[in-house]
Design a protein around this ligand. Sequence first.
Ligand SMILES: Nc1ncnc2c1ncn2[C@@H]1O[C@H](COP(=O)(O)OP(=O)(O)OP(=O)(O)O)[C@@H](O)[C@H]1O
Length: 246
Amino acid sequence: MIALDAVHVTAWSPDPAGGADRVVTLLHPLSLRLDEPRVAVIGANGSGKSTLARLLNGLVLPSSGRVTVDGLDTARDGAAVRRLVGFVFTDPDAQIVMPTPVEDVALSLRRTHPDARERAQAARAVLARFGLAARADQPVHSLSGGQRQLLALAAVLATEPRVLVLDEPTTLLDLAWRAVVDDLVAGLEQQVVEVTHDLDAAGHADRVLVVDEGRVVHDGAPDEAVRHYRTLMAARASRVRDGSPS
Ligand SMILES: Nc1ncnc2c1ncn2[C@@H]1O[C@H](COP(=O)(O)OP(=O)(O)OP(=O)(O)O)[C@@H](O)[C@H]1O
């Protein structure tokens, strides 16, 4: 169970007018329990979705309040939380650190497989499960964007996290790769929290959070949440067209 209790996230930001840095709110105080198998988070650019996602594995820590996953506090038990909660970024290049797929997955397995030979074997087995066996020893930069996102997912799932948080995992992919990644995620046994601009993908979730200007403004079943989001975005588009502040 993921629990956010009175979580407030602020950051220091430069004053556009050139004055002293000021404190800005990224997420207004928020309490949530997330225990559905599939939770989607949708919202405008800059609304706070990534901040919310990053709170769940301690990449962002609350300025006040508490985030816990299965009772572990992201601020106090950071390493244990990161073992429990895998995180996949939009851009796989932000995540892949080794020159070849087999080395990258092996890096994820260093804690569970201390022996280097066994680790490499286990990494190859993971890559085979993700259809990347033939690419195991090729330079990562020779893989397509879709293959790199699959590799990023494989490296995270190799550690068998209990929860997977995905921050727009298909935004950079073509429709075919989107379908591959969506199907793969749909088949996972893990609890999945996915930030997405893909309203079809959000439509398959058990619960959808709509984030706007640092607040969860709607929380419910997909159809109603998507309708709420479309109304919000239509109003914002009109304001942009009229030249008023969005
Ligand atoms: N560390 C930080 N310091 C200052 N401002 C930040 C920081 N992190 C995020 N922000 C700002 O907070 C707001 C919310 O950012 P966030 O990345 O959570 O939005 P998002 O909904 O994920 O956006 P997108 O869909 O564009 O990825 C944005 O205006 C962003 O510029």
